[in-house]
Design a protein around this ligand. Structure first.
Ligand code: SF4
Ligand code: SF4
Length: 109
């Protein structure tokens, strides 16, 4: 029967199937990288985000999906204050994770 519309193709992405060697290297160094659920609490509480372009949520999601080039420069706005660490429901040591991301992806802090 024609209802005049159709269902969209699923946009589900199996992250574990992506060829993403840098993220795998990051996850090995910092297993917390795989724990992020993209809730955005870190971004909502970010001290730097009030004044500059900084979203840890966007950065982590882009790393998992291997489309990080546009988002990685945001890390230069991070002050490493650790406020995001206090609100993360997954208990991720975000401050340490940020330092590891900089190390693996060659970002100068
Ligand atoms: S450590 Fe960085 S990302 Fe986290 S709240 Fe502070 S400035 Fe924002
Ligand atoms: S608060 Fe934690 S789980 Fe939520 S987006 Fe940030 S790092 Fe991921």
């Amino acid at each position: 029967m024609d209802f005049g519309y159709s269902l969209s193709k699923s946009s589900t992405m199996k992250i574990e199937n992506l060829e993403n060697s840098k993220f795998k290297a990051l996850a090995k160094l910092e297993p917390d990288a795989t724990k992020c659920i993209g809730c955005g609490c870190c971004t909502a509480s970010c001290s730097a985000g009030v004044f500059a372009d900084m979203s840890l949520r966007q950065i982590l999601l882009s790393l998992q999906r291997d489309c990080q080039d546009k988002y990685l420069p945001m890390l230069q706005n991070c002050m490493l204050c650790g406020k995001c660490m206090l609100v993360c429901p997954r208990g991720i040591n975000t401050r340490h994770l940020i330092l590891s991301i900089c190390k693996i992806y060659g970002i100068e802090q």
